[in-house]
Design a protein around this ligand. Structure first.
Ligand code: NAD
Ligand code: DAU
Length: 347
C-alpha cells in the first residue's frame, strides 16, 4: 500500500510515520509537509534512511503541488495530520487556521476525488465537541455529541470534519474520521503543556499554569493514537467517525505537579497566569465504539507514559534545544538547499 501522510514532520504525524514503517514494512510512506514552524526534519532523520520512505515539501492548500504529487504517486491511502494545531496561536491569528485546516483539507479531498483513493482518513480532535462541565463526571463525548466549538482552532477542525462528511455523502468518497483527546510523548513541540513544562522545569524557569489550573484534559500516549488510526484506516467502516481516548482525565495542575515530581523539582516553580480566552473546561472521550468495533484499547497508562516522556526529553536535549535556538529550521536548508528544486514544491 502507498500512503500519503500529511503533516508527518509534526508531533503525531512523525510518530505515525515511524509506527507504519515499523509495523508495515511492506508499505510505502510519502510524507507531505509544508515545514511550518511545527514541522521538523530532524524528527524524520531516521525515517529518511528507510527506502520505503519519501519526503515531499509542499503546502496541502497548494492545489497545483498536491495534484502533481497525486498524479505522480497514485496513493492508495491519505492520512491527513497536517494542520495548524495550537489553540493559543489560533486565538492570536485565526486566518492561517482556516487556510490550512479548512482549505487545505478541501484540496486534499478534491485530489482524492480526481485521482481516486481507497481511503481518505481525517485526523480530527475531541475539541470539535466543545467542553464538558467539571461537576458532571458522568458526561463523555460520544460520536453523536453535537459539534459545539470554542476556539478558532476547533472551529476550523469542525469545518474540515463537515467537509469530509459532505464528500462522503455527495461524492461517495471513502472517508473515515477520528477524534482523539490530548496526546503526549516523543517529538511533542514545546509550545504545548507537557513538553513546555518539562523544558521550563529543567531550566528552573517558572511553569505558567493558565487560570486556576483545574481544566481537565484526557491524555493519551501518542503511540496508542497511532495504533488506533492504523486500525481505522485498515479495518474501520467507510463513512464512520471514531472517538479515540483512554479515560485518562487529569487536571492541568496535577499533570504539572507530576512532571515536577518526576524531575525532582520544587512546586514553587508553578506560576498561575492569565487564563486562555474561552478556555475549555473539560474534555473526556467515550471510546466504546472503537473498542467494540475494532478491538482497540490503549496500552500505555498515564503513570508509565509520563515517565517515558520525561525520560525522552532528558535523553533528547539536542532535539528540543535546536527548536528553542531555531536551528531546526535551518536543517532542511542545510540538507536540501544544494539539491535541485523539488519536483512538487512551489519554490
Ligand atoms: P503539529 O503542529 O505538531 O504538526 C503539524 C504538522 O503539519 C507540522 O509538521 C507542520 O509543518 C504541518 N503543516 C502545517 N500546515 C501545513 C500545510 N499547510 N501543508 C502541509 N503541512 C502543514 O500537530 P500535531 O499535534 O502533531 O497534530 C496533528 C493532527 O492531529 C492535527 O490535525 C491536530 O488537529 C490533530 N490532533 C492533535 C492532538 C494533540 O494532542 N496534539 C489531539 C487530537 C488531534
Ligand atoms: O484535545 C485535543 C487537542 O489537544 C488537540 O486538538 C490540539 O491540537 C492540541 O494542541 C491539544 O489542545 P490543548 O489546548 O488541550 O493543549 P495545550 O497543550 O495547548 O494545553 C493543555 C492544557 O494546558 C489546556 O487546558 C491549556 C493549559 N496550558 C497550556 C499551556 C501551553 C497551560 O496551563 N499553560 C500553558 O503554558
Amino acid at each position: 500500500m502507498k500512503i500519503i501522510v500529511t503533516g508527518g514532520a509534526g508531533f503525531i504525524g512523525s510518530n505515525f510515520v515511524y509506527y507504519e514503517l515499523n509495523n508495515h514494512p511492506e508499505d510505502e510512506i510519502i510524507c507531505l509537509d509544508a515545514l511550518t514552524y511545527a514541522g521538523n526534519m530532524e524528527t524524520l532523520a531516521e525515517a529518511q534512511k528507510n527506502p520505503q520512505f519519501k519526503f515531499v515539501k509542499a503546502d496541502i492548500a497548494d492545489r497545483t503541488a498536491v495534484y502533481k504529487l497525486f498524479e505522480a504517486e497514485k496513493p492508495d491511502v491519505v492520512v491527513n495530520f497536517a494542520a495548524e494545531s495550537h489553540v493559543d496561536r489560533s486565538i492570536e491569528n485565526p486566518e492561517i487556521f482556516l487556510q490550512t485546516n479548512v482549505i487545505g483539507t478541501s484540496v486534499l479531498l478534491d485530489a482524492c476525488r480526481k485521482y481516486g483513493i481507497q481511503r481518505y482518513h481525517q485526523v480530527s480532535t475531541d475539541e470539535v465537541y466543545g467542553d464538558l462541565p467539571l461537576d458532571r463526571p458522568d458526561l463523555f463525548f460520544t460520536e453523536t455529541t453535537p459539534l459545539h466549538t470554542s476556539s478558532p482552532y476547533s472551529s476550523s477542525k469542525a469545518g474540515a470534519d463537515l467537509l469530509v462528511q459532505a464528500y462522503h455523502r455527495t461524492y461517495k468518497l471513502p472517508v473515515t474520521i477520528s477524534r482523539c483527546s490530548n496526546n503526549y510523548g516523543p517529538y511533542h513541540f514545546p509550545e504545548k503543556l507537557i513538553p513546555l513544562m518539562i523544558i521550563n522545569a529543567l531550566a528552573d524557569k517558572k511553569l505558567p499554569v493558565y487560570g486556576d489550573g483545574l481544566n481537565v484534559r484526557d491524555w493519551l500516549y501518542v503511540e496508542d493514537h497511532c495504533a488506533a488510526i492504523d486500525l481505522i484506516v485498515r479495518k474501520g467502516k467507510v463513512g464512520e467517525v471514531y472517538n479515540i481516548g483512554g479515560h485518562n482525565e487529569r487536571a492541568n495542575i496535577d499533570v504539572v505537579k507530576t512532571i515536577l515530581q518526576e524531575l525532582g523539582k520544587s512546586e514553587d516553580l508553578i506560576e498561575h497566569v492569565t487564563d486562555r480566552k474561552g478556555h475549555d473546561r473539560r474534555y473526556a472521550i467515550d471510546p466504546t465504539k472503537i473498542h467494540e468495533e475494532l478491538g482497540w484499547l490503549p496500552v500505555t497508562k498515564f503513570e508509565d507514559g509520563i515517565k517515558k516522556t520525561v525520560q525522552w526529553y532528558l535523553e533528547h536535549r539536542e532535539w528540543w534545544e535546536h527548536i528553542i535556538s531555531g536551528d531546526y529550521q535551518n536543517y532542511y536548508q542545510d540538507m536540501y538547499g544544494k539539491k535541485e528544486v523539488l519536483e512538487y514544491s512551489r519554490a
